[in-house]
Design a protein around this ligand. Structure first.
Ligand code: C2E
Ligand code: MG
Ligand code: MG
Length: 740
């Protein structure tokens, strides 16, 4: 339904007026009810005071009657006449209920000397002390359901000991009236004799006046007047309606006006602005004309987005720190209750800042989204992942079995540390993982954060990128990490070795250097060949400890070989070339084993340079400055840009064996090799041909003016123990004729 401003305001005025009208009616009802209650109380009060007055009047009347009787009795000498007078008096005053003349017997008990029917029996006289008869007295009592007022007192008789007792009916309705009000009053009045009840209803409310004669027959000595009036809702309503309704509508209009000025108009303006913004962003059409509906919808959508943003990381859509902390606290609570175990994994992604500087934040956001996606996919339903800040992610994993946790963490690690494609470009990221396990490494969220962060710092400074929190007594537990464990065990348990393949100069037949090649000491014990392990370690950023081991082993070998001019070629991985601390580490080994920089030839493949030339150039230049010799391996397979070749302090080009091995039979390969040699020479580089398996190839290369050769024809890779012998026998001027 579309809502325009005028109908919106009319609706607002209407509903406000209706609301105020209902409130007014309710207040009238309350008012009427309260007023009627007050009136009823006042009537009751009035009734009581009137009754009290009448009682006093009655008593005075009775008293006067008593004195009259007493005077008469005193003045009457004749007892018989006195009795006659009393009976006359009784006849003349029908209000008097009984007249008794009481005498006393020998035992002092009162006996009736003379009485009229209806009079009290002497036996009922138990209420009085005899002495009291000597004192005139007015008292009231209730006998046979009658309220009686009695006059008693001594009467001078023959024996002077007679009591006159006059009882009169004590306006029996009096009690009844005293507890009545409203409609019951009317009913009571109807049932009483001589009572007048008049009701007024002229002005709409019910008012009544009751007049009650008090006394008996002729002896009426007073009237009871009662005015009752009850307030009527309708009368009050009619009286106030016009004024109040006018005021209500006015007030509703005023409130609406204020609402419009201070709420609706600003909202409309905001809605209009947001509508325009929404229109400009999404080509969505909202009809102009100050409509509230679509504007409010935009505001609602906006707030929904804000709400979502408060919980989510805007780049990756993952939970943010606040929500994650909630999950962690809940998990710890759950763990305390059920004994479950949880792992908090802090992940520091490396390389993003450099990417941001080089490629811009847009690319980095794309990378982050892919990282988040990878994390999400490798997690289970019950796990949580969040992005805390720029390159810091956090995981909360339920730990069922420690081995399974290790496998899961390795899986997650491999999902992060891999090759990414963003907008047609390839990137590689590295990452460090710091892990704390509840309850072993902390009993609350704060301690868990602290310890996982500690582990993360340790991961950043050690060779292994995944570290569990360790207190001083703990032992590192990496069992279960298949890949990491395999490499670590291989290094720690001395399962690896280096073999050395000579690179020989084609002119002088001198060994230029020995290329160090990695091998399992006992290949039968390993399923995967070593180059597979190297590739896997390369892909997963685990090459760093391996390279360290190779450098150290090679340097030790040089130092222990005792061969002066020996040089060793070491293959570097792409990851090594991103490690700015590599030159520093190489320096350490060189110093430790007293090796000259020139005794190390660094081999890097063409493809490695082209992956990220700028960064690689920086590290390689540093190595060149240090005095190390650089060689481009597998040349011809990676389309290295000549520009970079010129920029790098490279000394040698190694033509890939795939071009070399068939040159004797394949003229195309021959052409390529020849051209490459010429190009290298133009760039002032020495050329190494690898994969030289035959004499024919060797001769051809010599003809092509190739500088150095490497291959099975020259020598298979040598065990360390064979190297000395090689140097003693390998310098053979007749290499081409030796027929190997
Ligand atoms: P690469 O650097 O091009 O090493 C030459 C490879 O060719 C070696 O294989 C070597 O044994 C083999 N080779 C030598 N002469 C001949 C020949 O006449 N014919 C044939 N068919 N092959 C020959 P290997 O040792 O299996 O190494 C393979 C690759 O693994 C190496 O290629 C290198 O990229 C990598 N690699 C080997 N050792 C290391 C290392 O210590 N560190 C690193 N980062 N990579 C290594
Ligand atoms: Mg090599
Ligand atoms: Mg090669």
């Amino acid at each position: 339904m579309k809502l325009n401003i005028s109908s919106f305001c009319a609706l607002l005025v209407g509903s406000l007026a209706l609301l105020m009208f209902l409130l007014w009616c309710l207040s009238l009802l309350v008012l009427v009810d309260r007023q009627n209650q007050q009136d009823a109380a006042a009537t009751q009060q009035n009734l009581h005071s009137q009754i009290l007055q009448l009682q006093q009047k009655q008593q005075l009347w009775l008293q006067s009657q008593y004195y009259l009787l007493n005077t008469l009795a005193e003045s009457s000498a004749d007892w018989q006449n006195f009795q006659t007078f009393l009976w006359d008096y009784y006849q003349r005053n029908p209000g008097i209920w009984s007249v008794n003349l009481m005498d006393f017997d020998e035992q002092g008990k009162p006996v009736s000397r003379s009485s009229k029917p209806g009079c009290l029996q002497p036996g009922s006289m138990h209420r009085h002390d005899y002495d009291d008869y000597l004192v005139p007295k007015i008292s009231s009592c209730r006998i046979d359901d009658k309220a009686l007022l009695e006059i008693s007192g001594p009467v001078a008789a023959d024996n002077g000991a007679v009591v006159l007792l006059v009882s009169m009916d004590y306006f029996d309705f009096l009690n009844e009236f005293s507890s009545l009000s409203g409609r019951r009053l009317q009913r009571a009045a109807d049932s009483a004799q001589g009572v007048q009840y008049r009701e007024f209803s002229a002005s709409g409310n019910s008012a009544a006046q009751i007049t009650i004669p008090i006394g008996d027959g002729d002896a009426v000595f007073g009237e009871l007047h009662l005015d009752t009036q009850s307030l009527s809702f309708w009368e009050l309503f009619e009286r106030q309606a016009i004024i109040v309704l006018t005021l209500l509508i006015g007030a509703a209009g005023l409130v609406t006006g204020l609402l419009y000025v201070y709420l609706v108009r600003p909202l409309l303006q905001l809605a209009e602005k947001m509508r325009r913004a929404a229109n400009s962003q999404q080509d969505r059409r909202i009809e102009p004309g100050g409509e509230v509906g679509p504007g409010l919808k935009v505001i609602r959508d906006y707030f929904k987005v804000l709400q979502k943003m408060a919980k989510r990381d805007p780049v990756t859509g993952l939970s943010n720190r606040v929500i994650f902390e909630d999950h962690l606290t809940q998990a710890i609570r759950e763990g305390k209750r059920s004994g479950r175990r949880y792992a908090l994994v802090m992940i520091d992604i490396r390389g993003l800042e450099e990417f941001a500087q080089q490629r811009g934040q847009y690319i980095v956001d794309g990378l982050l989204r892919q990282v988040a996606e990878g994390l999400r996919e490798s997690l289970r339903e019950s796990d949580h992942v969040a992005r805390f800040e720029r390159n810091l992610f956090a995981l909360l994993l339920e730990v069922q079995q420690r081995d399974q946790l290790n496998t899961l963490i390795e899986k997650i690690y491999l999902s992060v540390v891999r090759r990414y494609q963003v907008y047609g470009r390839e990137f590689e990221l590295s990452a460090f993982f710091g892990i704390a396990i509840y309850p072993d490494h902390g009993s609350n969220a704060g301690a868990m954060y602290q310890n996982a962060s500690d582990a993360l710092v340790r991961a950043e400074h050690s060779e292994w990128p995944i570290q569990f929190y360790q207190d001083s007594n703990a032992v590192t537990d990496t069992s279960g990490f298949t890949l990491i464990q395999a490499l670590r065990r291989a290094i720690d348990n001395d399962e690896l070795k280096l073999v050395f393949q000579p690179v020989v100069d084609l002119h002088s037949y001198q060994t230029v250097y020995l290329e160090a090649l990695l091998r399992w000491k006992d290949p039968d014990r390993h399923d995967a060949p070593i180059d597979h392990t190297i590739r896997l370690a390369e892909q997963n950023q685990l090459i760093k400890p391996l390279t360290n081991w190779i450098f150290e082993t090679a340097c030790r070998f040089i130092s222990e070989s005792g061969i002066d001019d020996i040089a060793i070629g070491i293959n570097l991985s792409m990851i090594d070339l991103h490690d700015r601390r590599l030159p520093e580490r190489i320096e350490t080994y060189l110093q430790r084993y007293q090796v000259r920089p020139a005794q190390i030839v660094i081999e890097i493949t063409e493809g490695q340079i082209m992956q990220d030339p700028d960064e690689v150039v920086e590290v390689l230049s540093h190595l060149g400055v240090m005095g190390l010799s650089l060689s481009i391996d597998d040349f011809g397979t990676g389309q290295a840009s000549l520009t970079y070749l010129k920029e790098l302090p490279v000394e040698k080009l190694k033509i890939d064996q795939s071009f070399v091995c068939d040159i004797a039979t394949n003229p195309d390969d021959q052409l390529i090799v020849k051209a490459t040699i010429e190009l290298a020479h133009t760039l002032d580089l020495k050329v190494v041909a690898e994969g030289v398996e035959t004499l024919a190839v060797c001769n051809l290369l010599a003809e092509m003016n190739c500088d150095h050769v490497q291959g099975y024809y020259i020598s298979h890779p040598l065990e360390a123990g064979q190297v000395t012998a090689w140097f003693e026998t390998s310098v053979k001027p007749d290499l081409a004729q030796k027929g190997r």
